[in-house]
Design a protein around this ligand. Sequence first.
Ligand code: NAD
Ligand code: UDP
Length: 336
Amino acid sequence: MRVAVTGGAGYIGSHTVVELLEEGHEVLILDSFANAAPDVPDRITAIAGHAPRIVRVDITDAPALTAALQEFAPEAVLHFAGLKAVGEAVSNPLEYYRVNVTGSLVLLQAMQAAKCRRLVFSSSATVYGDPDQVPIPEDHPLRPTNPYGHSKRMIEQVIEDWGVANPEIAAVNLRYFNPVGAHASAQIGEAPSGTPNNLMPYVAQVAAGQRPRLSIFGDDYDTPDGTGVRDYIHVVDLAQAHLAALGLTATAPGVQAINVGTGRGYSVLEMVRAFEGASGKPVPFDIVARRPGDVATSLANPRRAADRLNWTASRDLDAMCEDAWRWQSYLLRKNS
Ligand code: NAD
Ligand code: UDP
């Protein structure tokens, strides 16, 4: 099948493109490379043994995006491109709405022009805000607490309305929980520029000696050890969930939201210990104040994914940490 992948050179997109190519799909990556290294396509090709096609394009550039989609004529689109840092979104909301919301509108219009009716969108558990219940089911109220989360909720709404007006549309809004790890080949992974916002890349940099200590944001939450609990999911499991969602769009018209998580939570301290075990390196830490906006526990109810996608995560915490460490070690060698 011909599949266009916006943001296909990024962290989650690149892992998904590998899985698509390995399954024999023809892939077009549409990416501005705003947050991706120029050699990612070569690395994808080295892993998968097939090359994706690449068009360097900004998703907010309607003429260029429309031309690229019309030329490739995809049967489906996986939409990863966007901005994702919560702190940046709070300080620069207009840019987040421009890229995420306007970019998505431009994409849907370009899909319409190219008569492409199947879509899988990268949404986020952040659309739930502070949850009333955990694990969180998809019908939990949506009340994001920051502009990044609002942008995801708005895009989901636009896709839902698009589906109502066009019954032939088949779309899946995948709500990711906490993607971590890297491809086992250590050829692709997450390479945050500047100080990492997320726990796992920060822990990896401390283990690698690139940062002296981890700050743990609070140990007085209502959780077993007082530190925040999250549903971490291996990025390759997440990539494979996209292929399952793509399959669902072939048979299920309409728009649906599906959580992508494991349903199993780990605390910050458990993550630190697991990473120390996988890397053989110490991860010194300080307990500091809570981070504003953080919730105690966020866990997916993964039942709908199992029922509708016939997909469950298979990689455990050790695999997440070992693969993240292999990738971090590669980055360390590359930059030394
Ligand atoms: P990423 O930054 O690694 O990937 C995004 C890709 O989109 C990059 O390759 C970047 O160059 C590209 N891009 C950015 N702006 C663009 C634009 N205007 N036009 C074209 N390309 C553009 O991020 P990621 O972690 O791979 O996330 C992918 C998607 O998943 C995002 O939509 C993100 O919001 C969502 N998501 C990520 C997480 C997470 O923890 N990583 C969690 C939930 C949801
Ligand atoms: N966290 C932490 N120190 C860090 C980064 C994160 O203690 O430097 C904690 C954070 O408070 C949360 C968990 O790690 O409990 C996961 O945070 P992350 O930012 O990775 O994901 P999110 O908060 O978006 O779920």
